[in-house]
Design a protein around this ligand. Structure first.
Ligand code: SAH
Ligand code: SF4
Ligand code: F3S
Length: 494
């Protein structure tokens, strides 16, 4: 079966990935007898979790497969962020009903955020599903799969305050061998009123910095050139001996004796090697510190790119969203980024159109803050009410769908124009690019990213995936820069 990996990178003016795109596991044959197929939906953290799941299952004798017809176990690692994301999974489960009818011995599991949100309701409604497992319960998968083999359907949606899977080495799925994601924390303590994540992922907790560092070192030793540190709110990363005392005592280590903030962690990872690029996502406008910005400035290998979701440009709406910053605060943060890191620093955002009671003027504030922030690209959505969230309890979802869609379109159009303008600025400049893979349109071309996270396409020539090259930008579209290689030395030598 064809491996369905859609490009999840969304460039200026397009829709975000969660609702429609998914990744499947690639074929991996290490001689194991049983086969696991995982389809992953939602955010990068979920894709990263699938790599933990694959690792846990590998210990149990499973290789991954890209073909669910060959699989003994089929997992859907799901997303609940918007209603459409859940509908997509429901439809997909209809397909897997047929697989289950044809091969009753196959085990079907629903994992991730939808499993956590719907719990036993999923088991009741989806007859072909054998197990339902939330994001903090993956260590229980072998047990649940074994029970399913004996015909017992199972569920574990326990949310933990401690689980970070720190000791599990992820099996890299669909890897290009160049870029990888490292999960540095789990959960979220920000109760944004529209958001289901605090309910599906539980309380925020930070992972032991030594295990993060070890993972980065291991990736670099294996030839990887870029790591992205992942968390719902990376700026609130915090590891302290007191807070994390229990884990520290268990490990009988006193290696980390002071508080490690996100700025410290960034620095630690940046020091692994100047040839290892470091990215991170997501930054929260209320928490991003000047310390983090100065750390980015200090290290050439920390990329000049910040994903700083604004959600709305209007202070009243932001207050209702419980984002804990207002328009002026956000603008000040952007100005600080520009002051410390300059105009070339990439900034991207998430926007929600048509939140409860949003007026036309308030919507215009979102359009105007986009102009001020000069986003390179954005993930753009219209509001989708999620059961159980603060907004669902407190506010009427009262903006008609046509209005939401029209406002979203205006936001998308604005972003398209901004992206084009931002890319035009790069014409004639030279950017260092890490080559990640083949370009979408031609196998004669390679694609990579510059520090600001812009996609750059070059003619392949003798260049290799994994090379750093300096590229003179000669052309651009809204979503891509094109150029000619002027230098191919490794980053450290330049
Ligand atoms: N932790 C990140 C966001 C994670 S969810 C942050 O705080 O920025 C990714 C994006 O989905 C959010 O930024 C938001 O723009 C969007 N989103 C979340 N809940 C939504 C909802 N109910 N309707 C529409 N979009 C939503
Ligand atoms: Fe959701 Fe807000 Fe947490 Fe982001 S910071 S995951 S939007 S609650
Ligand atoms: Fe979706 Fe859960 Fe991520 S709801 S966006 S998969 S944290």
């Amino acid at each position: 079966m064809e491996n369905i990996i859609k490009d999840i990178e969304i460039l200026g003016g397009e829709q975000a990935p969660e609702a429609c795109d998914y990744k499947t596991t690639a074929e991996e044959n290490t001689g194991k007898i049983k086969k696991l197929y995982i389809e992953s939906y939602g955010c990068q953290m979920n894709f990263s979790d699938s790599e933990i799941v694959a690792s846990i299952m590998k210990e149990q004798g499973y290789d991954t497969t890209a073909d669910f017809n060959k699989a003994d176990v089929i997992f859907l690692n799901t997303c609940s962020i918007r209603e459409k994301a859940e509908q997509t999974v429901r439809q997909r489960l209809n397909n897997f009903n047929k697989v289950k009818k044809a091969r009753p011995e196959v085990t079907i599991g629903v994992l991730g955020c939808m499993a956590e949100r719907l719990k036993d309701q999923l088991l009741a409604e989806e007859k072909s599903v054998d197990i339902v497992v939330g994001p903090d319960a993956y260590r229980d998968l072998p047990n649940l799969v074994n029970q399913a083999d004996d015909g017992i359907r199972g569920i574990n949606t326990f949310l933990s305050r401690e689980e970070t899977y720190a000791d599990i080495a992820p099996v890299r799925l669909n890897s290009n061998g160049v870029t990888a994601f490292i999960s540095i924390m789990r959960g979220c303590d920000n109760m944004c009123s529209f958001c289901v994540v605090p309910f599906t992922r539980g309380r925020e907790r930070s992972r032991d910095p030594q295990s993060i560092l070890a993972e980065a070192q291991d990736l670099f030793a294996k030839g990887y050139k870029e790591v992205t540190l992942l968390g719902q709110n990376v700026d609130s990363y915090k590891w302290s001996p007191e807070e994390n005392n229990k884990a520290r005592l268990e490990k009988k280590t006193d290696e980390v004796s002071t508080v490690v903030t996100f700025a410290h962690l960034l620095e630690m990872v940046a020091q692994v090697s100047p040839d290892l690029r470091v990215r991170f996502s997501t930054s929260h406008p209320k928490d991003i510190t000047d310390d983090v910005l100065y750390t980015i400035k200090k290290y050439d290998n920390i990329c000049n790119y910040i994903h700083l979701p604004v959600q709305s440009g209007n202070s009243r709406v932001l207050k209702m969203m419980n984002r804990t910053y207002d328009r002026a605060w956000y603008i000040e943060r952007v100005q600080k980024i520009r002051e410390i890191l300059g105009d070339e620093c990439g900034i991207s955002s998430d926007m929600i159109a048509g939140f409860c009671s949003e007026t036309e003027e308030e919507h215009l504030d979102t359009l105007s803050i986009m102009d001020i922030a000069q986003y390179d690209f954005s993930y753009m959505f219209y509001y989708s009410e999620r059961p159980g969230t603060l907004a669902a309890k407190k506010y009427a979802d009262d903006i008609p769908l046509e209005v939401k869609k029209r406002r979203l379109q205006e936001i998308i159009d604005k972003q398209g124009a901004l992206s084009l303008e931002r890319n035009k600025m790069d014409l004639g400049k030279t950017h260092r690019v890490l080559l990640e893979g083949f370009a979408k349109k031609s196998n004669e071309q390679l694609m990579g990213r510059n520090s600001a996270n812009k996609v750059v396409v070059i003619d392949k020539g003798a260049h290799q995936i994994g090379d750093y090259v300096d590229v003179l930008i000669t052309d651009y579209t809204r979503g891509t820069l094109f150029g000619t290689v002027v230098n191919t030395q490794p980053i450290a030598a330049l």
